[in-house]
Design a protein around this ligand. Structure first.
Ligand SMILES: [Zn+2]
Length: 77
């Protein structure tokens, strides 16, 4: 399954917890948090707390994954 951390769509069937990467299906997240341009989903109170304490590494990871899934890898020079 493709990775998906974008929880901006309330109808999304599948999204991953921004902290632990657990798959969340059917909109059964514990919380959604808006951070910059991102709306992320958190699966449990612990993940929500972890994210709120230090969202930057998680946002960075999401941005990297999204970037990689959108662009073709460059062949090594
Ligand atoms: Zn989680």
């Amino acid at each position: 399954m493709v990775s998906n951390y974008d929880a901006s769509n309330l109808e999304c069937e599948y999204v991953q917890c921004a902290v632990c990467e657990k798959a969340i299906t059917g909109g059964k997240w514990f919380a959604r948090i808006k951070h910059g341009t991102w709306m992320v989903a958190l699966c449990c109170p612990l993940c929500a707390e972890t994210f709120e304490r230090g969202p930057h590494p998680y946002i960075r990871r999401i941005e990297t994954l999204e970037f990689m899934s959108q662009s073709r890898p460059e062949p090594p020079a």
